[in-house]
Each structure stands twice: as structure tokens, then as C-alpha cells.
Design a protein around this ligand. Sequence first.
Ligand code: AMP
Length: 548
Amino acid sequence: MLGLMQNWPLTVDKILDHARNWHGDREIVTRSVEGPVVRTTWAGVHGRAKQLSNALKGLGVKHGDRVATLAWNTGRHLEAWYAIMGMGAVCHTLNPRLFAEQLCYIVGHAEDRIIFTDLTFVPMLAENRDKMPSVEHVVVMTDREGMKGVDLPGALCFEDLVDSGAPDFEWGGFDENMAAALCYTSGTTGNPKGVLYSHRSNFLHTLVTLGVDVMGLSAKDTVLPVVPMFHANAWGLAFSCAAAGCKLVMPGQKLDGPSVHELLETEGVTFSAAVPTVWLGLLQHLRATNGKLSTLKRVVIGGSAVPEAIVRGFRDEHGVDVTHAWGMTEMSPMGTLSAPTAKVAAMSDEDQLRYKLKQGRPPLGVEMKLEDDADKRLPHDGATFGRLLVKGPAIAGGYFKGDGGNILDAEGFFDTGDVATIDGQGYMQITDRAKDVIKSGGEWISTIEIENIAVGHPTAANAAVIGAYHPKWDERPVLLVQLKPGETATRDDYLGFLEGKIAKWWTPDDVVFVDDIPLGATGKIDKKLIRDRMKDYVLPTAKVAEKA
Ligand code: AMP
């Protein structure tokens, strides 16, 4: 027997309709790419997005066509985002931090017909335009004044395009399972693969993120998403802020400590989200300038593991609560958050910290299991490492155009490629990417755990751990440290600092001081590049073992 409730397709245009209808005067503030801070409202975004849908229709865009954005977080990017999805086309967010070659591959693979771009990326597009044969139009997100400096034949002006569109456009009206957005994985192995979100998956993900123990946003919040819309949908904030009616503060291209701090203070931001490196930059800036955070209450941090020093810095110096989150492009992206359970909330601050540093517990809509290499389920004892697999309505069931073949196991779970533990309270902790974990004498060593402790050393700017060949143990850990400018330290300083904080046999066999720890396009440590740079490195302990 079927239920008798209304059929109300879960399409994301309804999220912006809701924002216009019930939070229409809430502001969207942008540090524009041109420089000045500019303001609009949810009603303003709604009206202009409808005009833009009409203009796109005029350019021949149809249901299912891919329309790309190569853009920072701005009000205009939001308008393009909703205009594309609302009319049933697919909004393909391109990550401008990728190499031009990778971008050309992705644009070709997606068969993007139009690219919306910020002024920042016009030179790159001009240089590579002939390597993007599917692209019929490039729309530069600026006004006529901004177009004066654009050297790209045939480029369209965003403001003119919006103005050319009639105000009314009938959004939605199609199946909620239609594709809404496309985002390629960072592709650390092989070519990047496309994750194709549906309207339904984005809508459900939005409802999930609104939960108090997830993003927990309210109409009273002012939100600054530092996390880009091109990286895993700004963790859903472009949808959830509209759904909750938050004021939104878009940082544009300036993501350094001083610029982020200025916006946090001048706009009265209460909630923000970013990867750890952004927060390290902010905390360093605040210490150097004796800066304050007078309105910020909560930050969600994810993308890579949160070092203890960040949680303590926010808590002890600014009274700001940190929620650690884990997820991935394939998960829309939220997977787990470190929100306290009743039992954990009753603990002392110091005891709670142990749980805050874990990646956390899944919200409704995310199933998780831990398995060994023989697909046998592993215990949730907080100690046993295993492959982490996930299942849910906002998790990829396959990649665009079938790349990678069948990606689900017999039970319909997707292998995240992460190695994790789950403790008795249900808190998941990532110990590594499967390809980064160090296998030493048949046992596994977590590189992330060692890195997080090492980066807490007062002289460390950043730290990374990789495995190096060892004739007896197969692999042993090497700690690479990038020192803060002007600091000095020795190998023994770092080994002494780790002592007692990790198992003795996890102690790195060597410490190497390097000029930089390279980061990839999504702000994560680029271990592939580090391994490449270290390919001729030989462990001192390996030499000794070989002689013996
Ligand atoms: P992406 O799809 O680019 O967001 O990358 C997803 C991957 O980033 C995950 O599979 C993890 O390996 C890593 N990741 C994301 N969040 C965290 C976190 N909080 N701690 C450790 N690794 C993380």
C-alpha cells in the first residue's frame, strides 16, 4: 500500500525559493574579486538567478547540459549555481587550483558547454581555450567596467547576461533524481573522476546538515564559508545557509589570515568552515596582532585531520568551539562530525578533547562499516584499524560515465579509501589514506597521528610522515618538518617531543627538515609529491640493518 502524502519533488530550486520567501532580506556579503565588499540578499540572488536561467536558455542550454563554474565563493557564483541547477542543467564546479592540463581533461570529460569564470582565471582560460573544444561560451563574472581588462575573444559579460534575461523562469518540475551538480575528485591516483549529485541527494544532504549535531545552523547565524564551492560543494553550505536563512559572507579569493579575520569581525560572523591550514593562518595572525574574535562561536574543520593545537588555540585563546568533520566529494560531502554525545559532554574539557580530535560520528543518512582486507567486519574497539566503507542516499553509487566500474561492494557500500578505527562510543578516527598507511613488520602505523602531534611542536610550521623502505621491517616512518621562519630545531627535539605520546615502535627512524611541505589542490598534504621528492632517500637505520 502506498502512502497518501503529496508528491513534492526534492529539487534544490525549492531551497532558494524558501530563502527568498522567508528570509528574503538576509544579506549575502561578498569580498568581490574586483576588490570592494558588495551586498545583496537571498531575494536578490533569487531574482537574478531566474534572469540568468532565462539567459542560459537563450544560449541553448537544456536539461542535463553541463555548465561549469571556475570561481571563488561569491554572490555571483551563488547566482550561477542556482540558475544552472534550477533550470535542470548540471552545475560543474571546477577547482582552479588544479593544473591547466587537468582542468582541460575534466572540462573535456564533462563536455562542459559554458564556463562561468572569475577575472582571476581569464588568462589561464585564454591560454588553454583551444584545448577545451566542448566549450561554446565563457562568461566572465564581472560588469562592463571589469570586462575592459579581459583579453579573451568572444567572452560574455556576466552582468550583461543577467540583464538580458526576463525575470520569470519556471524552475524545477522534473524528476528529483535528475543530475544537479558535478564535481571531480582530486585524482591523487589516476585521472580525476566525476561525482554526479542528484537534486534529491543534494536536498537530503541539506536536511541532514541542518541537524544540531551536524552544521546546526539557524536563521540567527552569520556564516563565512572559507571552504570553496568548488571543493565538495562548500560542505553543503551554499544550500544549508539558504535553507536556514543565514546571512552569508563570501570571502572571494582572499583566504589569508588577515583578510578572513577582517570579514569575521566586520560582518559579525558566528559560524565558519575551512580546512586546517586556513585556521593555522588565522590563529598565527591573531597571535601576532593580538587580534580578537568577538562574534565567532563555532568553526567546523575538516578536509584533513585537525591538529590538537588548533582546537586548543580556538578554545583557550578565543572561546570558539571546534567541530571536527570528515567527509569526501563522493559523500556530498559530510560523513562524520565530532559533536559530543551526552556521555562525552559530561566529561571534563580535557577528556572531551580526546573525542574532538577524532573525526566523529555519522549523522542519520550515513551508514558505516569497518572491514579488513578479506572483507571481514572489524570490532568497534577504538584500536583495530580497518578499511572504512559507507552507504547512504547522498553517497556516490558510481562515477560519471562509468569511470572506475562498479564502486560498491555486495552490500552496496562504497570503499572510502580511508583507514580508520571506531571506538565504543561510535567515534570514528581516520588513521590514514589506505595508500599512505605505513606497514611496518606487518603492523600498521598511522602517519596522520604522528603528524598531528609533531605539528604541535612550537617550532613546526607543518609536518608530514611517509614510509621509507627498510630491509627488515619493509617500511619505517620518516618525519619531515617544515620549521616556522627563523626557528631552529634538531632531530632529537622532535623525537623527544613525540616520546610518550605515541607507541615506541611508531617513533620515526629519522627526522628530515625541509623547506616546504607541499599541499595539493584541496589543501591536503601532497604525499605523492613528497614521496617523489624523497625517492632517493635512504633511511640511516636501513643502512645499518643492511650492513648487519
Ligand atoms: P575530498 O574528496 O577532496 O574532500 O577528499 C576526501 C578525503 O579527505 C577523505 O577520504 C580523507 O582521506 C580526507 N579527509 C577529509 N576530512 C578529513 C579529516 N577530518 N581528517 C582526516 N582526513 C580527512
